[in-house]
Ligand binder design. Structure first.
Ligand code: PAF
Length: 298
């Protein structure tokens, strides 16, 4: 575990940043850590870092001797080429944000060719029910792309712990399943959603919203709060009807899906069972920007 002694150990080089670009460099970095007996926490990201990412990094720093942040916009998880083009790419600003933290991290920012060779393609996984709902339906192939890059990174970097935000909750469940299926020796650490002051879940996509739409965006969270308040008094169908009507009446939002689901299987809830955990999930477009959010209900 990292403690104040470890922080000062790292403080010696806190003004420079160790940015690795190749798999070979990762191999040498990993060898050095193993030699020192240092534990390693991994925070995989696609960059455009915000407070949510930085909290994952800070937690990883508290729980490991060394932390590696990967910044890689993974082409195989975009099922829409426009979405990939629009995705914010801000490496220099990201590095500045990481340098400003009170812990020292290394960064792995490879080129696409380093990770995939000449023709990026995803492996095929079987996620069972997990891919037959929500993001799995609306972004076909997305989770194969996510699992491909996460598996490649985990096998290459061999971290002790890997940190994922619960904002991409379905991704978290898919990665858990992939790690189980492949028997990878890593602990997955889920971290709660970090929200803006008005409740909007932090996301790299928020920067794509105009000022006017940014103010409207909180509607997504307000809906989830209303769902939470009525969960237990109304049934799931009544709640879904209410959410659909509220979105239909909103001039800027276009609802893609709403689901109240078992937090483990992600299957839509029928009758509730007090021994289980449930979450509400929403995906919606706001002025062409796709936003997702979710909230635990019990
Ligand atoms: O959550 C993300 O940013 C990405 O899906 C991940 C896990 C870094 C894989 O590219």
């Amino acid at each position: 575990m990292q403690n104040s002694r470890n922080y000062s150990k790292f403080a010696a080089h806190s003004f420079s940043m160790n940015v690795l670009r190749t798999k070979d460099e990762i191999g040498r970095y990993r060898k050095q850590l193993r030699h020192e007996g240092s534990s390693l926490g991994l925070v995989p990201t696609m960059g455009a870092l915000h407070r949510g990412h930085l909290e994952l990094v800070e937690r990883a720093c508290r729980e490991n001797d060394a932390v590696l942040v990967t910044i890689f916009v993974n082409p195989t998880q975009f099922n829409n080429s426009q979405d990939l083009l629009k995705y914010p790419k801000t490496l220099e600003t990201d590095l500045d944000k990481l340098k400003a933290l009170h812990c020292t991290v290394s960064v792995f920012a490879p080129e696409v060719s380093e990770m995939y060779g000449d023709s990026p393609s995803a492996r095929t996984y079987d996620f069972g029910n997990l891919e037959g709902v929500m993001e799995g339906v609306y972004r076909p192939g997305h989770f194969n792309g996510v699992a491909t890059i996460v598996e490649v990174l985990l096998r290459l970097i061999l971290p002790d712990r890997v940190y994922f935000g619960e904002k991409d909750y379905q991704q978290l469940q898919v990665v858990r399943q992939m790690v189980r299926q492949k028997n990878l020796p890593v602990s997955i650490i889920p971290c709660p959603i970090v929200r803006e002051a008005d409740g909007l879940a932090m996301s790299s996509r928020n920067t794509l919203l105009t000022n006017r739409l940014r103010k409207e965006a909180v509607f997504l969270y307000k809906m989830l709060e209303e769902v939470k308040n009525s969960f237990g008094t109304k049934n799931a169908n009544e709640i879904a009807e209410f959410v659909r009507e509220a979105f239909a009446a909103h001039p800027d939002f276009k609802l893609e899906y709403f689901s109240i689901a078992d937090a483990e299987t992600l299957l839509p809830v029928g009758a509730t069972d007090e021994t289980k955990k449930y979450r509400a999930f929403i995906a919606a477009y706001l002025g062409g920007v796709r936003l997702i959010d979710n909230l635990p209900l019990n």
